[in-house]
Design a protein around this ligand. Structure first.
Ligand SMILES: Cc1cc2nc3c(=O)[nH]c(=O)nc-3n(C[C@H](O)[C@H](O)[C@H](O)COP(=O)(O)OP(=O)(O)OC[C@H]3O[C@@H](n4cnc5c(N)ncnc54)[C@H](O)[C@@H]3O)c2cc1C
Length: 369
């Protein structure tokens, strides 16, 4: 082996997709040499990644099961004209548990923290300072970049996790409380109760822009007052803007940069077009990686480019729904989601898991008209 050359895999970016890929390979194919490189001092940043039970195939569940911080057996949505309770498993994974899983699964020589990757080539990482590491193949999982080739709306949010002095009495997630004043597109609150007194509350928007509201704290406080929750202590805060796909040139998005480098996670366009959630795709691509025999960069590029392109084609109905939502006058957007949540729960479940049938797609198309 040449100096600086390793066999096996290099993964740039220890966020959700990179970590799941590394854990999956380390567990299912421990003979494959592996190096995961992350610029932060821990893996996964500071997020909570939710997913529905049906989003992750039963045979792939082993990968996320140990990281589930909280699982619920249903959720609520509330709109001016209807409130509805759904029976469906809903789970959340926290960054801290992802970080712990990486450290428990990978040997210390299989990862580097605090290390910035300045270039990813098909079989090489170039680190800040000039060090080059070669292997059979490299994967770029450094998060969102070059989304400009896609036509996007945004699902943006500001969330705070609180501990209340008294029980908040929310027994399961409220995924959309859209009874609130509508601002900046379609607006709703989301509440995830982790225990009787601990709850994450997010002010969310399907908006044309990714800018966060300047008065986010006041808006959260107003909602908490409205719901009558008192005496709270804030544990953590997060905000972000998740891309929502309306259209665009997906082929050009994958060709950005010119090099034939394999991409995972948001960087490879692996996200649910309507929710922006990425965990289900990240699990599936991680498991695909474990089944891949040819680990050269070119083979990995082709594998994930084809998968991403196939998903993009399969998800056309979602983009049509999103386009109808974002192109509708602001005052009509909440009504489109309200009609969606009046549909058959089985269809809603198929919507989340990406397994819509032809009839489902026709019903979805009608909602936007
Ligand atoms: C604040 C915030 C909150 C979010 N909340 C949710 C949520 O609730 N649910 C949800 O599904 N999605 C959420 N998202 C979207 C989230 O980005 C994706 O779901 C998911 O984290 C994407 O996974 P990923 O692996 O593609 O990217 P990331 O998880 O962003 O991982 C990319 C990793 O690469 C590292 N990196 C970047 N550049 C370099 C470099 N040059 N060298 C080395 N390492 C590098 C980053 O530090 C990071 O750890 C949120 C996003 C943000 C910004």
């Amino acid at each position: 082996m040449a100096k600086g050359k390793r066999d096996g895999l290099l993964i740039a970016g220890g966020g959700l997709a990179g970590c799941l890929a590394a854990i999956a390979v380390a567990r299912a194919r421990p003979e494959i040499p592996l190096l995961l490189v992350e610029e932060g001092e821990s893996f996964g940043g500071s997020h909570i990644w939710p997913f529905y039970d049906e989003d992750v195939a039963a045979e792939d569940r082993w990968l996320v099961e140990p990281m589930i911080a909280k699982a619920w057996q249903g959720y609520y949505v509330a709109f001016p004209g209807q409130s509805r309770k759904f029976r469906a498993g809903y789970n959340s994974v926290r960054s801290a548990d992802l970080d712990a899983a990486v450290r428990a699964t990978l040997r210390p020589d299989q990862y580097r923290l605090g290390t910035k990757v300045v270039a990813v080539r098909d079989n090489e990482l170039v680190l800040l300072g000039g060090e080059k590491i070669k292997a059979d193949g490299a994967l770029d999982a450094r998060g969102a970049a070059n989304l400009s080739m896609l036509e996007l709306g945004w699902r943006k949010f500001v969330g705070r996790e609180f501990i209340f002095a008294q029980p908040h009495k929310v027994d399961r997630p409220v995924l959309m409380d859209a009874t609130v004043e509508q601002l900046d597109g379609f607006r709703f609150f989301q509440c995830l109760p982790f225990n009787e007194t601990r709850m994450l509350i997010e002010d969310c928007y399907y908006s044309d822009t990714s800018d966060l509201p300047a008065d986010a704290a006041e808006r959260l406080d107003a909602y908490i007052r409205l719901r009558g929750w008192k005496k709270r202590r804030m544990q953590r805060e997060e905000s972000g803007a998740l891309p929502i796909a309306l259209g665009g040139d997906f082929g050009a998005f994958w060709r950005v940069g010119g090099a034939r480098v394999a991409k995972l996670g948001l960087r490879g366009g692996f996200f649910h077009p309507t929710t922006g959630y990425t965990l289900p795709d990240a699990v599936r691509t991680a498991v695909m990686l474990t089944q891949q025999r040819d680990l050269t960069g070119a083979a990995l590029h082709d594998l994930f480019e084809q998968e991403a392109a196939a998903l993009w084609r399969k998800r056309e109905a979602y983009r049509a729904f999103n386009a109808a939502l974002f192109h509708a006058p602001a005052q009509d957007r909440r009504g489109i989601f309200e009609s969606f949540y009046a549909l058959d729960p089985a269809l809603i479940s198929r919507f989340h898991s990406g397994s819509l049938g032809m009839l489902d797609r026709m019903k979805l198309t009608k909602l936007g008209r």
